[in-house]
Every structure is written in C-alpha cells, then in structure tokens.
Design a binder for this molecule. Structure first.
Ligand code: ASP
Ligand code: MG
Length: 481
C-alpha cells in the first residue's frame, strides 16, 4: 500500500470549465484558492467543450475522403485555440503558445490529409486525431496559469498514463502508470509547481490511446489513486449530485455527501454526473471525490466517500432514464429449459447490447435495454428460441439510498405515492441500495415529482443542502462535460 499524500488534490476541469478564456480564468482562480489553502493541486483538463466531437467529425469526414470538410473543421478549432491563447497570454509566452498551437494543427492537418488519401479511418488513427483536444487544452491552460501567477508545468499525459492497446477504450496499466506518475509528476509537485495535463489520453508503447468518451474523470481518478492523493475534485457545470433533476423538480436539493456505491448506481441509471467506473481507482484507495461547479465555486458540491453519515430519509436521489425498450421473451417450450437464460444473455452479449434490468417468471423473461440499433438483429435471433415482443418509449425510475437496507415498507410507500402511474417492471438490485421500476416515458415527470414530494419534503440537513432551497436559478443543469 502506498503512502497517502493528503496535501495533493487532483483537480479535473471538464470541457465547459475550459471552454473559453473566461472559463479558463475562473479555473485559474479556483486553483489559486487551493494553493492558498497550502494544498498541492495536480490539474487534469478535458478538451475545450465540443472539441472532441469536432475532431471526431473531422476524422470521420477524412475517412470518407472528404478532405475539405475535415480541414475546415480543423481550421475552426485552430482559430478557437489561437483566440483563447491571445486573450489569456502575452509577449513571449503568447509567441511560444502560438508556435505550439500551429505546430499541433499542422500535424493534425497532415494526419487528416493522410486519412482522406487512404479513405480509411482505423481506431488507432482516430485516437491520434481525437487526442489533439486534450493535448491543446492542457498546453493552453498551463500557459494561462503561468500568465496568472500560478507556477505551472505542462505534462504530456501520454508519457504517464500507460495503457493497453485497446484503441478508443484503452485500459490503464496501473503499476506502470503509478511508477510514471511517481517519476514524472511527483517531482513537479515537490518543487511547489502545479502539473497540468490532459485527461482522456494515454499511450501504449509510444502510440497514442484514449480511455473512452468522458475519460478525463477516469484520468483524474487514475492520477489521484496512483499518487494516493488526499482528494479528487471533479469541476463541472452542476452543483453536484442533486436529489433529482432540477429541470423536473425545481426544489431539488444538493446532496452534500453520498457513498461510492450510491453514486455509482446513480451514474449508471442516468445521473450524468460521473461514470461509475471512473471513480474506481479512487474507491480502491478510499480517496474522497468531490463534484463541484466551476461557475459557482463557493458551493461545497457533493462529497463521494466510502463512509457517509447515516441519513434519516431512505433515499438520497431519484434518477430517471428515458428512451428504453422492454423486450418480453417467452420460452417457446412451456417451461424455462435448462440453459435458456444463458442462451438469451449470450445473444445480447454478442450484439454488445447492455442490459439495464431483468425480471423473470416461470415461463418468461423481460429485459430492458437502452440501445435500439441492435434490436432487430437481437429479436430475430431470439425468435429462434422464444416468442419475442418489444415495447419502446419506456423509462426507468431509480431511487437510490443505502438507508433502504432493512427498512420495511419502503416499497409500499414508493408505490402508493405513484398509484396513478402504470408500473411495468420492478426490481430491487442485489446491492439493496436501489429500487427501480419501469413506466411509460410520458409519465416520468409526474412520477418523479410525486416521489420527490413524498421522500424529500422533510430533508435531513446533515445530508442535503436545505439552505440552498431558495436559490434555484443558478442551478443550471446541462450534461456533464
Ligand atoms: N474530451 C473527452 C470527451 O469529450 C474526454 C472528457 O472530456 O472527459 O469525451
Ligand atoms: Mg465528462
């Protein structure tokens, strides 16, 4: 077990927190506030907002031989980065930053020309193209920090996040990454400087890889876990985890503290704040993860930890996931034959279709999925072993809370508060910390409002931010970026 370094705080800033010069300046002042607390920040940044999408579009255009379209997209990004550079830095620092930016875009353009010449885009080349987003944002942010009085040092994330060669979704090699972080990032921290690196990207034997969409959070957790930091801060554009979506329930409250398991359930069921797997390296070392709003930096956000205090209310949050399909599968032979379930799951697996929820009876099985593309193929294959029907436009409501464990009568309270809504499938996960059920998409808002009213009318002030109940307007919610 490595030695904890409680003074280190890994601060990850998402795309909206570095989207333009104003956002980058806010980021600089947030980092300064941590330095004033004598903490040692390590900064991980996403690409500027929408840059990853644009790079992927450029790569795709090049892959279709559309060189002009690809280069045009690259050009728009070049201008955007140069503008931000000019707004954030000056003199020699600006000159060298401009040189850097032009250099990167010249390389990118060569790459795009190459792809369109062959008219073929491999996942390896796609990773190379998309990596420019974080390569550029990290250089830009590091220079902006230096200009604004933060002693910073840029670290090329590809030299420290060492992965396998699964392009598009590479897995880190933890021991190798930990040694690289210790050898290259720690000395910068020890010198009193702030390392700034891109999230999302890594390398395998010197070839650029990426960790998968949204991977910058994962980078932050890998860095925090690898160096055994005291805390990981995920700076985004929401106030943290809320009792439910404030667009549906304006009175939704911030959840001050939540367990890793609860946060993982919520993320899985659609709360777009954090992807569950991304915090795993933090969970393993019991490092608290804070979700914070860079537009409202005085707010305490949500602390995700192994041991939150007990909560008087059974639930911490209600999530809703729309656009689901329920597939009813009835075994052709009267009873579920031995091996039937395995055969069913194998078909889903083969089509890379993740299953959200399963419920079984003696002769049938109902499965919920969120992808529609693979459905026709899956159903065709299923119909060789069963009768299959499916219904779309369903939604999953999920109530999460560790304190439902052992509380009798909770499901009665849940369903009586939404007795007017038609409920299709019910499941209480094996983890015993979530209760979920399916309803029609059009009933979601109404059901969530009724449930919120039932369970959060008298919130426990140790867990929920009751003081913020009045100021709902600055809780703008967009997806996590
Ligand atoms: N820029 C990458 C993406 O948009 C990674 C991230 O922002 O976390 O998916
Ligand atoms: Mg993200």
């Amino acid at each position: 077990m490595s030695t904890p370094r409680p003074h280190i705080v890994v601060m990850k800033f998402g795309g909206t927190s570095v989207e333009d010069s104003a956002a980058i300046l806010r980021t600089a002042s947030i980092v300064t506030s941590r330095l004033k607390k004598t903490l040692s920040p390590i900064v991980v940044v996403s690409a500027m907002s929408k840059v990853t999408d644009t790079l992927l579009a450029a790569a795709a255009a090049a892959g279709r031989n559309d060189r002009e379209a690809a280069l045009k997209l690259s050009d728009s990004l070049r201008t955007r980065h140069l503008n931000a550079a000019a707004e954030l830095t000056s003199g020699d620092r600006l000159t060298s930053l401009q040189f850097n930016i032009h250099n990167d875009f010249d390389t990118l353009d060569d790459l795009l020309r190459g792809i369109s010449a062959v008219g073929e885009l491999t996942s390896r080349t796609s990773d190379n193209v998309v990596s420019f987003g974080e390569r550029l944002s990290s250089v830009l942010v590091s220079a902006a920090f230096a200009e604004h009085g933060i002693a910073s040092a840029h670290v090329d994330a590809r030299t420290v996040i060492l992965t396998d060669h699964h392009y598009g979704k590479a897995a880190p090699n933890e021991p190798a990454t930990e040694s690289a972080l210790t050898a290259q990032v720690l000395p910068i921290v020890d010198l009193g400087k702030v390392p700034v690196m891109g999230g999302f990207i890594g390398s395998c034997d010197g070839i650029t890889t990426t960790l998968g969409r949204g991977g910058s959070d994962y980078t932050a957790a890998i860095v925090g876990g690898g160096l055994h930091a005291g805390a990981i801060e995920i700076w985004t554009d929401v106030d943290g985890i809320m009792t439910t979506d404030p667009r549906i329930v304006p009175e939704a409250l911030r959840v001050k503290t939540i367990s890793f398991e609860e946060a993982a359930e919520l993320a899985y069921f659609g709360a777009k704040v954090l992807h569950p797997a991304t915090i795993l390296p933090a969970v393993q070392k019991n490092i608290p993860v804070f979700v914070l709003n860079s537009r409202n930096s005085g707010n305490e956000g949500t602390k995700i930890t192994a041991t939150p205090p007990p909560c008087a209310s059974p639930f911490k949050s209600i999530a809703a996931k729309k656009k689901l399909t329920i597939i009813d599968i009835v075994a052709s032979r009267m009873l579920l034959a031995h091996g039937f379930l395995a055969a069913v799951f194998e078909i889903f697996d083969k089509h890379h279709c993740a299953i959200d929820m399963v419920s079984t009876s003696e002769v049938s099985i109902s499965i919920t999925v969120d992808s529609r593309e693979a459905l026709p193929a899956i159903c065709a294959e299923l119909s060789t072993i069963a009768d299959v029907k499916y219904e779309s436009n369903k939604a999953l409501i999920c109530l999460v809370g560790e304190d439902i464990r052992g509380q009798a009568g909770i499901s009665g309270q849940v369903f009586s508060s939404i007795s007017h809504v038609n409920v299709r499938m019910i499941s209480q996960g094996a983890s015993e910390i979530n209760m979920s059920f399916m309803i029609n998409e059009e009933d979601v808002d109404e059901a969530v409002r009724s449930l919120h009213k039932k369970f959060f009318s008298a919130p426990d002030a140790t867990i929920f931010d009751v003081s913020a109940a009045a100021q709902t307007d600055d809780r703008a919610v967009t997806s996590n970026a």
